[in-house]
Design a protein around this ligand. Sequence first.
Ligand code: WNU
Length: 152
Amino acid sequence: MQTTQATHEEYFSFLRSVSLLHELPEEKLSKIVDCLEVDYFEKGEYIIREGEEGNTFFIISKGEVIVTQKTEGLAEPQKIKTLGVGDYFGEKALISEDVRSANIICNENDTQCLVVDRENFNQMVGTYEELQAYLKDYVRELSISDERRNAQ
Ligand code: WNU
């Protein structure tokens, strides 16, 4: 997407407020804004489906989503958390080079996500060691909590 100056600044200052990206230099953040897509979702829509391949990372800029996951012995995927503005998701499939490990379902009409593709995600994370280490640790913790929960 080609962002106009006004929206560029809007997304730039929003990304600045996302704790994960706080330490990134301005120039880098500005590049991320240049290569973002903005996606809109309605309540009940699946943004990510467990088991599917995925190549994108999402940051919630408006609204709310829920995270659900298949659990051994239970017919319905179980709700594991709610995410809101400034939260992000979809990093695990990119970092572990695996399929999506949970469902992400829109929980509020007019939810907006900023979407970064794999190539730009790798550039954002790959050149920033601390960010990479932080996300890798986080992803490792997610796998552990999946096991505890008997996720399938
Ligand atoms: C969880 N287990 C699994 C969340 C978001 C970002 C961070 C937690 Cl750094 P994906 C499905 C996405 C997955 C994660 C997200 O769902 N997720 C979880 C869990 O307990 N995934 N397996 N909690 S919210 C969250 C930490 O982003 O990435 O690409 O797609 O597998």
